[in-house]
Structure formats: C-alpha cells, structure tokens
Design a binder for this molecule. Structure first.
Ligand code: ZN
Length: 248
C-alpha cells in the first residue's frame, strides 16, 4: 500500500527515499491477496518480517481455504505472527458475528502454530474482552496494534495473564489525542511498542501525507517526551520490547 501510494515500484526504492532508515520493517499481510508478494519480500530482503492474517474488515472472506493459505504462509521462518486480526465496529465492513468467528479461529490458529498475535480492536471493547476471556491463558505475546481504546480498557488488558504489548502510531502526536497520551503515560515501559500503520496515520508534522515506516521516528520522539526519556533511550526500550514480543 505504501509503494502504491508513493507510486514506487520496488521495495528498494522505498528504502532509498526514506529519510530515516529503520533497522527492520514488519509487513502486515492481512488479506490473502497480499500473501504472495509478502512472502517474496521475506525471501528477498533480510530486513523484512511478515505477519499473515485476515483483517476484521474482510472477516466475511474467512473460510477453510483462506485458513489453509495462512497456514502455508506462516510456515515461512520470517513469518513471525498471526494477524492483524480482531474486531472493528467502526466501519462494520463485515457483520459482528462474522468478525468474532474469524477472530476466534485466528487465535486458535496462532495457538496451534505457537505464534504471537497482532490484535486490531476498534470500538469493540466489550466483544474483544469477551473473546480474550475465552483465550485468557494464551501463552504467546499479543501486540494490541495502534492502541486507541480507553485507559480503562488498557487496565483490564494489563490484568490478563497474557504477555501483552500496546502499539502506538502517529496518532500519539495528534493534537486531539490526549487520551492516548494518557494511556502511554500510564503503561509500564516494558509494554510499549512503536509502529506507523503506514501508509495511514502519518504523524505531526506530516499529517495528510503518505506515512512510511521512517515516521516511526516521530512516534518514538512523542513517546520519549511523555515518558521523560531521551529518544535514544525510548527507542532502546521499544526495540527490546519488539524483540521480546516477536522473538527476533
Ligand atoms: Zn489495524
């Protein structure tokens, strides 16, 4: 999506145009149409890791065949997690019951394949909680990606006996995102991950532009300010957490 929006043809062009070079990039393949290209990148570029899943928007396409293709993609040694998957009641592109079923099945798959899970939850706190309760002894890390839910919900998630991490994106730099900064302030340093959700959610001062993984720099700086640390120190914590979460 980032390449399309920037009208770039190859991954190499993206690395070359980024002003800040991240150590690695995590490509989230959350539609089966993206699996083949992602697998090719995993082979071509040692800096790329991948996750494979079905986004809640597309939960209605989830069936045995899709699950089989996920299973196959997840055999790749650089396929490090299942997801992103979960519930999105903001857009309701798939009915709630269908989303819940696809969410359960993907958690089950992660259990079976012994993989971490990337969780997408938007305006669906109650049902997300209900399903996590069913999986409350989930023994692998869960990355709650692009955390934008409430502080109350963050506290509930922390009470689970799950190795759970909270991902922050460019949203944390938005003027009206005081609630999200409050969550980041509350969370222990060893629970925080940085992400960009590129091409979406470009941070200040790039709002309205196409986000790239390079913009993780602004996310780190915003978190550093909240935590009263230097950006270098903050990055060190987040890097350690990412390694812990994904086992890389
Ligand atoms: Zn998402």
């Amino acid at each position: 999506m980032v390449l399309d929006r920037l009208k770039l043809k190859t991954l190499e062009e993206l690395w070359e145009t980024m002003p800040f070079i991240p150590e690695t990039m995590l490509q989230v393949a959350c539609h089966p149409d993206d699996f083949a290209q992602t697998l090719a990148w995993l082979d071509q570029d040692e800096r790329i890791f991948g996750t494979f899943g079905v986004h809640p928007h597309d939960a209605k396409i989830y069936d045995d065949q899709v699950e089989a293709s996920m299973r196959q993609a997840l055999e790749h040694p650089k396929a490090i997690a299942v997801g992103e998957a979960g519930l999105d009641y903001h857009y309701m592109h798939s009915p709630a019951e269908v989303q819940k079923e696809a969410f359960r099945r993907q958690l089950q798959l992660a259990l079976e394949l012994k993989k971490p899970f990337v969780l997408h939850t938007r305006e669906a706190e109650a049902d997300t909680w209900e399903i996590l309760q069913e999986f409350k002894s989930f023994p692998f890390p869960i990355h709650v990606h692009c955390y934008t839910a409430s502080l109350e919900f963050a506290k509930k998630l922390l009470s689970l006996d799950i190795n759970l991490f909270f991902g922050f994106t460019g949203v944390i730099t938005f003027k009206n995102a005081g609630d999200i900064r409050t969550v980041a302030e509350y969370l222990p340093l060893d629970r925080i991950l940085t992400e960009t959700d590129a091409p979406f959610l470009a941070p200040v001062p790039f709002r309205g532009k196409v986000a790239t993984p390079a913009m993780v720099e602004q996310v780190v700086k915003a978190l550093a300010k909240i935590k009263g640390l230097s950006p270098e120190k903050m990055a060190e914590h987040c890097r350690r957490n990412a390694r812990k979460c994904y086992g890389v």
